[in-house]
Ligand binder design. Structure first.
Ligand code: BES
Ligand code: MN
Ligand code: ZN
Length: 501
């Protein structure tokens, strides 16, 4: 992804291969914008403008003289003003930037004074424009000899500012850039195949990021996990040649070291074969992304540290590979978790909740959390219930749930609340152990959430985000190619940026 640049100049001095001109429907009138008239004076008299309506998905490339400092304008339709939400805006910008990449324009300019006239608030629009423009260009190219085509696209994305004191807008642009970097990183991790990304590899990546961005990282190996009583996480990893890890990320801004931490817990199954209850071949390859939750936590904590958000944050990545072999956990096995409870394992393919329950219990032993948010590709049932566009949110704390919905809603990662339905806890009773880790198939996402609930104290503020439907895109779109979506990363970052929970 290119860096974002600023042109703090009078519009007549802006310079780029192409300038994006976003319009709401029926508002295609360059005469309304004096800055535009200065930057691309030829646009007002361009005959091509007459046919434009500013409809959603409308893109029109308009040429001026090739030797001008801004020789092209790309008009971007946004649809009716009263229906232009941030989703529409992000998609339009991403489509426009994708077109610029296809045409191999080397620099794109986003005119801030024009964005300012759109609904949504000036800072938000700058942040979202930068976010969408950068993510439109992001590709997973670590495993190719030659990067894919969009990598040839714009080397420079610039924001044109006409005002005299745009400091707070610069900060907004940096937030957009930082969020795009984080989501891009989470996507890359999810796309990385199982053979190349083991629990230990995630730990090493975390250590590297910790050094780079300034936070602490501690890794528990299998011996340490056993000593600390992580019987459930250890069981998940015991069938793999590559042992489990718990990665502990700790960040605190100066002066915030003593406050209650906001704790993020991510499911980090680097490959989920199902274990002895092995999955069918169809779609098993997608299970390389069963560490999307951990990727979101790692990327969000790194981004929060990079931004120096004024609070204390802990991230826990519960990492293991779920494989079948002679030492794998069996259906019927009973293991002991961090909080001392015994768990009867019914289906070895329900490994995520085993990895998470130890991390959740341990988090409460180590800290007094301001809140715990866990994020996991936990159940196919959640994807069946809500489809691929919505994550499942489980939370009994009305205020925290509202914050989660707002954070996800504004940043393009919507979630929908599903119930922690107490009567179903009955289904998790075991004949021989303290709790059984799966219930009936019907209501599968709820049973998984209720199992986690068992490991969280009533008094702890907790939310669980099931991203099994949303972490992977089946088809490419302008904002996200087919593959890992990085879903949840930005929600966590948004929570980290927000006030005290
Ligand atoms: N990682 C899967 C859930 C999943 C499925 C994520 C499809 C993304 C796409 C999880 O570990 C799993 O296998 N869950 C089982 C639970 C069942 C055995 C109780 C499921 O959903 O079928
Ligand atoms: Mn599974
Ligand atoms: Zn899984």
């Amino acid at each position: 992804m290119p860096d974002i640049q600023f042109q703090n100049l009078a519009p007549e001095h802006w310079k780029a291969d192409v300038m994006l001109i976003p319009f709401c429907e029926g508002e295609v009138d360059p005469g309304r914008h004096p800055e535009l008239d200065k930057a691309v004076p030829w646009l007002a008299v361009a005959p091509a403008l007459r046919d434009l309506r500013g409809e959603k998905d409308e893109l029109a490339l308009i040429h001026g003289h090739p030797e001008l400092s801004v020789p092209r304008a790309l008009a971007v339709g946004l649809g009716p003003r009263n229906a232009m939400g941030m989703d529409v805006f992000r998609k339009a910008i991403a489509e426009a930037v994708s077109l610029c990449a296809k045409k191999e324009f080397s620099s794109v300019l986003l005119p801030e004074p024009l964005l300012a006239g759109l609904p949504g608030g000036r800072e938000r629009l700058v942040e979202e424009a930068v976010y969408a423009a950068l993510l439109a260009l992001h590709r997973f190219s670590a495993l190719r000899r030659k990067p894919e085509r969009p990598a040839k696209g714009p080397e420079r994305i610039a924001l044109g500012f006409a005002g005299d004191n745009p400091d707070y807008l610069h900060a907004a642009a940096r937030r957009g850039e930082n969020a795009a970097d984080a989501v891009g990183m989470a996507r890359d991790l999810a796309n990385m195949p199982g053979n190349l990304l083991s629990p230990q590899a995630i730990a090493e990546r975390a250590e590297q990021l910790a050094g780079e961005y300034g936070f602490a990282c501690t890794v528990f190996n299998e011996a340490e996990l056993e000593k600390q009583g992580f019987g459930a996480l250890a069981a998940v990893g015991q069938g793999s040649a590559r042992p489990p890890r718990l990665v502990v990320l700790e960040y605190a801004a100066e002066g915030h070291g003593q406050e209650k931490p906001l704790i993020f817990v991510g499911k980090g199954i680097t490959f989920d074969s199902g274990g002895l209850c092995i999955k069918t071949a169809t779609g098993m390859g997608e299970m390389k992304s069963d560490m999307s939750g951990a990727a979101a936590v790692l990327a969000a904590v790194a981004a929060a540290a990079r931004e120096n958000v004024p609070r204390r944050i802990v991230g826990l990545l519960a990492c293991a590979e779920n494989m079948p072999d002679g030492s794998a956990m069996r259906p019927g096995d009973v293991v002991r978790t961090v909080n001392g409870d015994t768990v009867e394992i019914v289906n070895t393919d329900a490994e995520g909740r085993l990895a998470l329950c130890d991390a959740l219990a341990w988090a409460q032993k180590e800290w007094t959390p301001a809140a715990i948010i866990d994020i996991a590709t936990l159940t196919g049932a959640c994807a069946v219930a809500l489809g691929r566009g919505l994550a499942g949110l489980f939370c009994d704390d009305a205020d925290l749930a509202e914050r989660m919905r707002t954070a996800g809603g504004t940043c393009g990662e919507p979630c929908w609340e599903l119930p922690l339905w107490k009567p179903y806890a009955e289904h998790l009773k075991s004949e021989i152990a303290d709790i059984c880790h799966t219930g009936p198939r019907e209501g599968g996402a709820i049973h998984a959430a209720l199992f986690l609930r068992h490991f969280v104290a009533e008094s702890t503020r907790w939310a669980h985000l099931d991203i099994a439907g949303t972490d992977w895109a089946e088809k490419s779109s302008a904002l996200c190619p087919k593959g890992g979506t990085g879903f949840g990363t930005r929600t966590l970052l948004e929570l980290a940026r927000g006030g005290v929970l």
